[in-house]
Structures are given as structure tokens and as C-alpha cells.
Design a protein around this ligand. Structure first.
Ligand code: RUQ
Ligand code: CUA
Length: 674
């Protein structure tokens, strides 16, 4: 397998990608109608905007990448689960609490599946949810600020992969445990897996006004691996579907031992029924400690500690869960726009099974069961099947849909996208991808109204597609035009981290709703300094609070004396600007943390502990004006116990002596309320 690219040429200001693709043993990819045509379709002229925002998970980088489509331009890298030195996310005193978990401060996660909030089954542009896979968490981002507002830890879970997958109208986001574990945790032999390990499906309720999540209930399931999910919609609204593999309940050498059964299951969960059972007092409150981190109105993150969860067993609540047999070690599960078809991707299967929701309801009514697992009825495969896509390719993983009744499936092993008709499982087209596609995404392609137009392949292996960069090569996305009968490859573009799933919506839905500044007047940070004349330095013991302002192109104070080795110096920097896109940065020499990047009207705090006597500069890191280089100051550090008085200069520039204010400090270092 080999691909050659004849490079790029510039003609009359327009990029013409003269691209030639060849591959052994299969047809060359269609690239637009011609290379020039493809280039034109992804070309967004300087000064023009892209048509879609695309949100891609960062995978093992723990963040969200925001791209413009069709250009593939990276617009923003939004920090979520991982600390981000670029803007101090997770380093500043105001944001540290976002990383709190019951295991302590965790500055990283593995983020897989972004989900746009929905109204009536259609993306509404309010929030983006994304899962943390490693230490089970769900985050919520606000799409007027492109900032993470909330992170909810999921107790009893392990490997939060089947998550967050919103129900229509955002009633719930879900979290299915990929790794079954003892729940609650206890010290048991791993060999006792079958008796002591359980799966857990969590439903977190989303407040329709604030977006805040709360764990409503958890369903304790057989000890399978719950891999992915999607909610029902339209007629199937009220249900959520979860794939599972390892129905063998193997606990060792899973590669072999979890691949024995011919079929595993999709768990169909009737969450409306679960709600009813919970309301009827079924299930039990169990102790569980978990962190719930919320960014406050004052721009300060706080942790609330959860202490218990409602756990409900399928046996407590008949008719809540059914198993749909599904070949073989299924990965993705996707519901078509009509809500009637439930499509899986059996990694090891030779067909793509399409289940019918109405047949499922019929089968439930007729009790068309082939048995049960721990009392959960297993429906007969034939009685729920709509059709099977024959010979789709090798290694089907995920499916997305267009607005014309077609599905697009990713084939990991045979490296292709297969387009087929949902109602009769007829394959209509296939296009090679480079290489080993994981997820794929059509804008709105898992919603009730796909926006269509494009499908993006999110590939796992890049090999020869880009200039090599040492042992690790760029991760790759590929954009296809799906407006016609045949898919047409338009563009390759590199992505950050390892994107798994992605979501996209028309830019017009959110671009004019962007918050431009934080209003200085309403800044409620207790350490905000709203005018230069209030800038000051206050010592209390070894804690020194610097109330500092930043505006083009100076800090007040810009000189500070009387600091001592071993002090904890809290630089609270307020950006006084009230113009869009004028952040200031702040960095202090020898600080063992990241910089601050302070948005207009915002206050951010960095703690600096000087370790050596001397005079150390601090400066603005964001090139904010012609005199940005002059935007700096000095901090004089004396020996512990020195008699150099605490002093700083105000707006006039003269060094004034500090009043020793014996004020009390609430401090917002990882504020915690129990
Ligand atoms: S899952 S392809 Cu999270 Cu498929 Cu990544
Ligand atoms: Cu402020 Cu550079």
C-alpha cells in the first residue's frame, strides 16, 4: 500500500492540491472531481469563516480540539481534563479545583466522546459534554466561552467509555463502565471476577437551565465491558442503548478469552421505566464519595463532595433492561435519525446488524426471549433484526447518518468508509481512508436532523500522509464530500492528540453568541483589583497577597520589595481591559507553575514561592501592544527575617510602604465545601 502526493502549487492566489493517489490492490480514492475542484471546496478565503465548528476529542491529551470545516483549520484547543500551561488551566488558584477527584488532584484524563447538547434531538449549541475515560468523569463545556464549566466524577465506575451520549433534550448524560470492577470497591481475588465484579450504567440528570449534572441513578449490570452508547430518539426516546463485549466475563487474556462468544449484547435500557422505579422507591442509596467540580459565577472553581448514589438492580425494576444479541464483540452503537434503527459495529463480525426498535417492542410484548442473563431477558436475534449489511468490510466500529436515509460505517481493519442504505442494508459506496479509521462523523450525524454535507474519518494511523516527525506521526482526519451519490475525498488535516469521536454544528448557531469579555464591574473574585489606585501588597505571616492590575502596557505595582525567601506570594492579577481579544499574560521567574493568561475583566492567581535571595523579573507573556516588551516588573527577595520593608509602587511609579493590614484571607486555593 503506497500513496504519492504530487504536492501543492499556488496559482493566482488559490491553492491547487494536485494530488495523486495510488494504492495497490484497490481503486484509488476519488479526490473531488479533480484536485482543483477538491481544493476549491475546502478553500476558505482569507478573512472568510468556516461553515461548521467541529469539536474533536483529544483522546489521550484530555482536551477538546475545535476545528473549522471544511478548511480543517484548528481554531482552539480547549482544556478540559488536563492541565494546560498555555493558559494556566488547572494551575491557577481559580481553576485547580476542576481537577479534584476522590483519588486526589488528577491533572489528566483520556477524553473520547464529545456530545453536543440537544433540544428535541437536534444540537442546540448550548453545551458540549465529554467523557474522561481513565478516572471516570463527565465534563461540560459552555459554548459561549469555550470553557469547561463542570466536571462530575462517576463513582463505582471504571473506564468511563460508554459516555456521555445525551438523551434528546439533554435530560440525561450517561456513563457506562468499560471495565467491570467490584462495586462498591473491595479487596478480592481477580479470579473471583464472575461473582464480585459488576458493570454499572450511570444516568446523570442535566438541569435544563444551568446545564448542571447530578447523578440520578446507577444500574448495576452483569460484569461485562460496556463499551459505547447512544440514546434513542423519536419513537425510541426514553431508551438508551449500550454495547457490551466480554459477555464471557473473562478476567485474563481478554484478547482471546473475551472473543469466544459468537454474539455479545446491546443492553437496551428504558430510562423512563428506571425513573418510575426510582420514584416508586426501588433501589438503594449506597455510600459513594465523588467530586463534583463547578466553575462558579465568580470565575472560581469549587468542589462539592457527593456522598451516596441511588443504585438500582434490573431485578428491582422489571422491564427496565433487555439484551439484544449482537455479533461479535460490538463496539459502537448508533441510532439512525428516525429513531427506528439501532446499528452496531461488531469489531470481529462479518456483518453489520441493524436492529429495529419497533420489532424490539413487539418482541418484548411477545416475550420472544431466547433466555436471560441474571434475570435480564435476552431477545431473540431474529425477532429484533431489521437486516444485516453483508460484506461491509473488515472491523466495523462506528456508524453515522446523513439526511437521506444512509449510514456511513467505519471499517478499522480494511481502512474504509462504507455507505449503505439503512432501510434495506444495501451497500451503496465505499471509499478508502488512510489508515485504520476509528470513529467517523457527519455534522449532526447522530441527531434527528443530520446537517449532512461531509463525513470526517478520524484515522488511527497516518504512516505516509504527512512530513514525518520522528517516531510519532501526526494524527489524521480526512474530509469527504457526501452531497452526491459517491463519497469524494477533499482534504487531509492533522489533529491534536488522538481524536476519537467528534461533533459538528453550523457555525451560525453559535458564532454570534460568543462572550467577548468578562465585565470588570461584576468581577466577584475576592482578590480582584478593579482600579490601579487599589493595587496593593498585603503580608500576613509568610503569605503575601499582591493585588495587581494589568492594562496595556503595564502592571501596577510593577516593583515590589520586602518579599522573603520562603514566602508564598499570591499574584492576583486582574486584567482591566474591556476589549475583545486583549488578554494579558503573567509569568514570574522561577515560578514552579504555569503562566497566567488573564482574559479582559478577569482575575487569575499564581502562587510563587521564591527560593533564593535576589531581584527577579515578572512579565506579560501575551504580545499585547507595541510596548508589550515593556510590560514587566521586578520582585525583590530578601533573606528570611530581613528588615527590608514591604513596599510597592502605585500608578505614580514611586515605591510606597505597605500598611500592615491584618486582614483575613479566605483564599481560593482549591476551595472545598463538604
Ligand atoms: S471509541 S475509535 Cu472511544 Cu471507537 Cu475511539
Ligand atoms: Cu500585556 Cu503583553
Amino acid at each position: 500500500m503506497r500513496s504519492e502526493r504530487a504536492g501543492f502549487r499556488y496559482a493566482g492566489g488559490m491553492v491547487i492540491a494536485a494530488t495523486l493517489l495510488m494504492s495497490c490492490g484497490r481503486p484509488a480514492a476519488r479526490i473531488g472531481d479533480t484536485a482543483a475542484d477538491a481544493a476549491q471546496r475546502v478553500y476558505v478565503a482569507p478573512g472568510q469563516y468556516d461553515e461548521f465548528y467541529a469539536f474533536m476529542s483529544g483522546g489521550f491529551d484530555g482536551q477538546v480540539g475545535v476545528y473549522g470545516l471544511p478548511s480543517g483549520r484548528l481554531l482552539r484547543h480547549v482544556p478540559v481534563f488536563s492541565q494546560n500551561p498555555e493558559n494556566g488551566w488547572g494551575y491557577t488558584e481559580q481553576t485547580k479545583a476542576m481537577m479534584n477527584t476522590s483519588f486526589g488532584f488528577i491533572p489528566w484524563d483520556d477524553s473520547h466522546h464529545p456530545q453536543l447538547s440537544q433540544t428535541d434531538g437536534v444540537p442546540d449549541g448550548r453545551w458540549l459534554f465529554i467523557n474522561g475515560n481513565n478516572t471516570p468523569r463527565i465534563a461540560r463545556l459552555d459554548l459561549t466561552r469555550f470553557e469547561t464549566e463542570e466536571i462530575l466524577e462517576i463513582p463505582n465506575s471504571a473506564g468511563n467509555h460508554a459516555s456521555p451520549f445525551v438523551t434528546p433534550d439533554n435530560r440525561y448524560v450517561v456513563a457506562g463502565t468499560r471495565f467491570s470492577v467490584p462495586t462498591p470497591q473491595k479487596d478480592v481475588p481477580i479470579a473471583d471476577y464472575r461473582q464480585d465484579f459488576a458493570g454499572l450504567l450511570t444516568f446523570a440528570r442535566v438541569d435544563s437551565v444551568t446545564g448542571r449534572m447530578t447523578i440520578a441513578f446507577q444500574i448495576r449490570m452483569p460484569g461485562f465491558d460496556y463499551d459505547l452508547s447512544h440514546a434513542g430518539k423519536g419513537p425510541s426516546n426514553g431508551w438508551s442503548f449500550f454495547t457490551s463485549y466480554n459477555s464471557e466475563q473473562a478476567s485474563a487474556l481478554k484478547e482471546v478469552n473475551a472473543s469466544q462468544n459468537d454474539k455479545d449484547y446491546i443492553a437496551a435500557v428504558n430510562w423512563k421505566r428506571a425513573e418510575q422505579c426510582v420514584a416508586d422507591g426501588k433501589g438503594a442509596m449506597e455510600p459513594a464519595r465523588y467530586a463534583h467540580n463547578i466553575m462558579g459565577e465568580d470565575g472560581i472553581a469549587r468542589t462539592e463532595w457527593g456522598t451516596s448514589v441511588k443504585v438500582i438492580l434490573p431485578s428491582d425494576c422489571p422491564e427496565m433492561v433487555y439484551f439484544l444479541p449482537t455479533p461479535k464483540s460490538p463496539h459502537g452503537v448508533d441510532v439512525d435519525p428516525t429513531g427506528e434503527y439501532i446499528v452496531s459495529g461488531g469489531k470481529l463480525a462479518t456483518v453489520i446488524p441493524v436492529h429495529s426498535f419497533s420489532k424490539m417492542m413487539q418482541a418484548i410484548q411477545n416475550k420472544s426471549f431466547s433466555g436471560d442473563v441474571n434475570g435480564i431477558p435476552v431477545l431473540k436475534y431474529e425477532s429484533v433484526l431489521s437486516c444485516e449489511v453483508q460484506n461491509p468490510g473488515l472491523g466495523p466500529l462506528h456508524n453515522e447518518f446523513d439526511d437521506k436515509g444512509n449510514a456511513y460505517s467505519s471499517m478499522f481493519i480494511s481502512s474504509e468508509i462504507v455507505k449503505w442504505r439503512v432501510k434495506d442494508c444495501q451497500v451503496l459506496d465505499r471509499a478508502p481512508v488512510y489508515y485504520s479509521i476509528g470513529h467517523l462523523m457527519v455534522p449532526g450525524g447522530d441527531s434527528r436532523k443530520p446537517f449532512g454535507k461531509y463525513v470526517i474519518a478520524l484515522n488511527k494511523i497516518t504512516k505516509d500522509r504527512y512530513l514525518p516527525t520522528g517516531p510519532e506521526l501526526a494524527q489524521s482526519a480526512q474530509l469527504f464530500d457526501i452531497s452526491g451519490d459517491k463519497m469524494k475525498l477533499l482534504l487531509d488535516f492533522p489533529t491534536i492528540g488522538e481524536p476519537h469521536y467528534a461533533q459538528a454544528l453550523p457555525a451560525s448557531m453559535i458564532k454570534d453568541r460568543q462572550q467577548k469579555i468578562y465585565t470588570l464591574d461584576t468581577n466577584a473574585d475576592p482578590f480582584a483589583t478593579k482600579s490601579e489606585k487599589n493595587a496593593r501588597v498585603v503580608r500576613k505571616g509568610t503569605r503575601v497577597d499582591v493585588y495587581m492590575t494589568a492594562i496595556r502596557s503595564h502592571f501596577v505595582p510593577d516593583n515590589i520589595e520586602g518579599l522573603q525567601v520562603g514566602d508564598s506570594v499570591f499574584f492576583h492579577v486582574t486584567n482591566l481591559e474591556q476589549d475583545w481579544d486583549v488578554p494579558h499574560g503573567f509569568a514570574a521567574m522561577g515560578a514552579t507553575t504555569a503562566e497566567l493568561l488573564i482574559m479582559p475583566g478577569q482575575t487569575r492567581t499564581l502562587v510563587w514561592v521564591p527560593v533564593r535571595v535576589g531581584v527577579y523579573p515578572f512579565y506579560c507573556t501575551d504580545f499585547c501592544s507595541a510596548l508589550h516588551q515593556e510590560m514587566q516588573g521586578y520582585a525583590r527577595v530578601s533573606a528570611r527575617g530581613s528588615s527590608v520593608p514591604l513596599a510597592w509602587n502605585g500608578p505614580s511609579g514611586t515605591l510606597g510602604k505597605a500598611k500592615q493590614v491584618a486582614s483575613s484571607h479566605s483564599g481560593h486555593a482549591a476551595v472545598t465545601t463538604d
